[in-house]
Design a protein around this ligand. Sequence first.
Ligand code: SD4
Length: 320
Amino acid sequence: DPNIPIVVTTWNFSNATVGAWDILKNGGSSLDAIQKGASICQEQQCDGTVGYGGSPDEHGETTLDALLMDGKTMNVGAVGALRRIKDAVSVARHVLEHTKHSLLVGELATEFAVEMGFNEENLSSLESREMWKTWYNKNNCQPNFWMNVKPDPSKFCGPYRKQNNLLYGKPYQAMQVDHLNHDTIGIVAIDNYANVAAGTSTNGAKFKIPGRIGDSPIPGSGAYADNSVGGAAATGDGDIMLRFLPSFLAVEEMRRGAMPEEAARVAVNRIADHYPDFMGAVIALTKDGKHGAACHGIPTFPYIVQDNNRETYEIITIKC
Ligand code: SD4
């Protein structure tokens, strides 16, 4: 018998798991469960890397990426670089339900959200303002975005700009990504009706170049779901990961019979072959409720599972 319903989530954001499970155990849909879980993380600013008030970009603004995928219909709703709207995953749900599109981005995604009744709010917090100011002052950055100042590209000093080597006369080094700088909530769930869904929500990468979108809102990259196989979700160094569609790859590995842990390992290894320093993890779930994960570039990675076999959620920590 399939072990359903079940939900698995990245990292140890247990409140998201509890919220999602609450929907599933009461007979709700996997899509609703994922939206609920991700919304909770957004409100509670999980680790400062989901929702408002975290990961300011070079201009100090927080923008949000989120994705929902329905494995029954293969329908997708996603938003990238969403501005001034807190509940990014619910905007993604509206893209899924109320449009024929899959991904809306930036200021015009905000316009769509407002049409759908979402409130515009400032996504900065005291913490994100301080974080940005400290970084900005420390690096003596050119105010490349202030009005009436002509940009001088040689003085852009964001961590994602390769021109840094020219500026400081030392070789460009990819930004050191600690896991606190890179924590997407990724969720894969199966409901009572065997419908698989997957989704993500994140505020992206700290001091990203404005306009940057990571792996999280890209279907097959941040998450993927297919009722005939299962689902997967990814977290980590998004600029690198999205080049490999790791969630899609993990699902396809399970389609050909791999166990979820093995499928996640194949997806992670594919990236590591090319980028041995990348940091990331993939969680995978088969349609009959078997779960597993793989990670790279950090010592350990925790993910959470909740199903009918356990009283409460279980944090499973794997070695990378
Ligand atoms: C990103 N992948 O925007 C996201 C951040 C992340 O775990 O995953 N953190 O790059």
